[in-house]
Design a protein around this ligand. Structure first.
Ligand code: C2O
Length: 506
């Protein structure tokens, strides 16, 4: 175990990942933002200085469970105040989980302006052999900046979110990944986008899924299926390269056009291109082939479904359930304004972060949801088995992400699969765990976790359009234990909050 110290200055820089130049948020003058590489057991210390001038910020470490360090979760309005221009914050936490994660701004719908990157935790004792690791980030990309796009997207529940201008692989439309013949690569695919899910194939190479969201799975061959990652999700696959370097191969990625058009009842513009290509390069002197052409993708079935995956540790289904929370989610007008809602209520970001509220009101009041304001709070007790049902009444798909946990996925319906009426009889006795789950339109999912990580955790749709119009809830976990289970927020953070209230958009 070692300390990994990073000193980051955030500033606007210009970049043209798809040929169109625009300002993006870079780190130490560089964009794409750097991949963080650490080993299991390391402590990660990142000093973030906000040199943006015109926007506040904060960094969330997506998928890091932050046991005992919830105050380092980087969720503005939940665990911290935004870092104002000209100020800094030091994040420091232990990394005790292997796999593919990422970091991103969790403030004002900001990360699609470029403030996102891979966080890979290397495992000194992986349960399978590989020679090297590769990372592929997938994302939608926009030529305009988020503050303006978010104004347009504030009509989101009516289905007119701004369309991406392109799809990027490793923040570029021209990524070439050098590989050697006859090697086994562990390839981490991370969806760092804003909105649509991505389907991809590595042409000519059999892919075997070995991890999702940092959780090892029993090896699961993808066969001839496409693989999908929703925004926020990761999937790690093993590939074995060809015995010789006689040919290069295309990596083909497409954004889920269903999410952008079909469920929104709008027409696909002529020549709209939702695809991106990258290459596995065996020999730089050889041509880069065109990707295979896919005329028809059945977005409902052509991918490995979560419920068919088995965690490598065979951890048993959590039961019995101590607390069930049912979330009925939909879009609609709230006081005449288009918002998303959870059980009829839209999330409004509070000026005082919910974790600070819990600390301030003290143990006698912190279990009372009333003290938290309009954050859709759900209070759970220490070590309870919590079951969450998400019914998606909206006519589009939503990738739901829970901070602080990997949850078991018990049930997930296809498109139009209907709302929760109890569990079916074929729930796995060893369900897969992950931290982000795609909930299909007019369908539902059922997840479970043990409330063994005291803290205040966001539970939200990872689409930034939707975060900013309230598709979010808050899990207040074991607040009665905070005084001895959580590192307290630094006193200076309370002062920043007063000086820099969180803007509410939408
Ligand atoms: Cu990727 Cu609330 O986070």
């Amino acid at each position: 175990a070692k300390d990994v110290y990073l000193d980051w200055k955030l500033t606007w820089v210009n970049a043209s990942p798809d040929g169109f130049e625009r300002p993006v948020i870079g780190i130490n003058g560089q964009w794409p933002c750097p991949q963080i590489d650490v080993d299991v057991g390391d402590q990660l210390i990142v000093d973030v200085y906000n040199g943006l001038g015109n926007e506040s910020t904060a960094i969330h470490w997506h998928g890091m469970r932050q046991h005992g360090t919830g105050v380092m979760d980087g969720a503005v309005g939940v665990t911290q105040c935004p870092i104002a221009p000209g100020s800094h914050m030091q994040y420091h936490f232990d990394v005790n989980q292997a796999g593919a994660y990422w970091y991103h701004s969790h403030n004002m719908g900001q990360y699609p302006d470029g403030l996102r990157g891979a966080l890979i935790v290397h495992d000194p004792n992986p349960p399978f052999h590989y020679d090297d690791e590769l990372t592929l980030t997938l994302s939608d990309w926009y030529h305009q900046e988020m503050p303006g796009l978010l104004d347009a997207a504030s009509v989101a529940p009516h289905g007119q979110e701004p369309l991406p201008d392109s799809a990027l692989i490793n923040d570029s439309t021209n990524t070439k990944i050098k590989v050697l013949p006859n090697k086994t690569y562990l390839v981490h695919i991370i969806c760092i986008g804003n909105w649509p899910g991505h389907f991809w194939v590595i042409d000519g190479h059999e892919m075997t899924v070995v991890a999702v969201d940092g959780v090892y799975t029993e090896p699961h061959p993808a066969g001839d299926k496409f693989l999908r990652v929703a925004t926020g999700q990761r999937m790690s696959v093993l590939i074995t390269t060809k015995p010789d370097a006689s040919q290069n191969f295309a990596i083909w990625d497409t954004m889920d056009v269903n999410m952008m058009f079909i469920f929104e009842n709008r027409t696909i513009p002529q020549n709209y291109n939702p695809n991106a290509t990258a290459w596995l390069v065996y020999d730089e002197a050889k041509p880069l082939p065109e990707p295979p052409v896919f005329h028809h993708i059945d977005f409902g079935t052509d991918f490995v479904d979560d419920v068919n995956l088995v965690p490598a540790d065979h951890a048993p289904l959590l039961q019995p359930v101590d607390r069930q929370i049912i979330l009925d989610t939909s879009g609609g007008l709230v006081d005449g304004v288009p918002r998303f809602t959870v059980n009829g209520k839209t999330y409004i970001s509070p000026k005082v972060p919910s974790l600070y509220t819990a600390n301030t009101v003290g143990p006698e009041f912190s279990s009372n949801p009333e003290v938290y304001g309009q954050v859709n709070p759900f209070v759970v007790k220490h070590n309870e088995v919590v079951e969450i049902v998400i019914n998606n009444h909206h006519n589009n798909l939503h990738p739901w992400h829970l901070h602080g946990h990997h949850f078991q996925v018990l049930q997930r319906t296809p498109v139009d699969g209907g709302f929760y009426k109890g569990l079916t009889s074929n729930v796995s006795t060893t369900p897969i765990r992950r931290d982000t789950i795609m909930v299909q339109n007019n369908g539902h999912t059922v997840i479970r976790f043990r409330a063994d990580n005291p803290g205040v955790w966001m539970l939200h749709c990872h689409v930034e359009w939707h975060v900013e119009v309230g598709l979010m809830a808050t899990i207040i976990e074991a607040p009665e234990t905070f005084h001895h289970t959580l590192r307290a927020p630094p006193k200076s953070h309370y002062d920043t909050c007063a000086a820099f209230p969180q803007p509410v958009s939408g």
